[in-house]
Design a protein around this ligand. Structure first.
Ligand code: ZN
Length: 137
């Protein structure tokens, strides 16, 4: 399964929790592990607070300070900060699924992290069921 994510800024975090849950619903996936994997070198995925949008704003503000746009970078493409941020945040997250629902905490959301947008991106979903051959539809 694959999600398509259209980003609209150079750097942003997009809540994809609804899209992931929708994909699980379509597959009638009830119990197991859902891995979200981002096949990009300048984008990432992470889990953090989705209640207050200032949390992702603050994360990006500090990431931009830790990894400045101007430095003695050698990468010819000129987007080394995006590559570094992608590695800091990571390319995948694993989520537990129970009774068809993502086992996220009350304040948690899954965020696609764009570091060199805007672009059309993707995320792969891989599902590992712990129900053996028994289907619960
Ligand atoms: Zn590059």
């Amino acid at each position: 399964m694959q999600l398509t994510i259209k980003t609209s800024a150079k750097t942003e975090m997009i809540n994809i929790t609804g899209q992931v849950q929708e994909a699980l619903d379509l597959e009638h996936f009830h119990n197991g592990i859902c891995m979200v994997y981002v096949p990009h070198t300048t984008a990432a995925v992470t889990i953090n607070e989705s209640a207050d949008p200032n949390v992702t704003r603050d994360i990006l503000m500090i990431l931009n300070k830790v990894v400045p746009w101007q430095a003695d970078y050698r990468h010819i493409e000129g987007n080394s900060p995006a590559h570094i941020k992608a590695s800091l945040m990571g390319a995948s997250v694993m989520l537990a699924v129970e009774k068809g629902r993502l086992l996220l905490g009350t304040w948690q959301g899954i965020f696609f992290c764009e570091f060199d947008g805007p672009r059309t991106r993707k995320a792969h979903l891989k599902l590992l069921s712990n129900e053996g051959s028994i289907l619960h539809h």
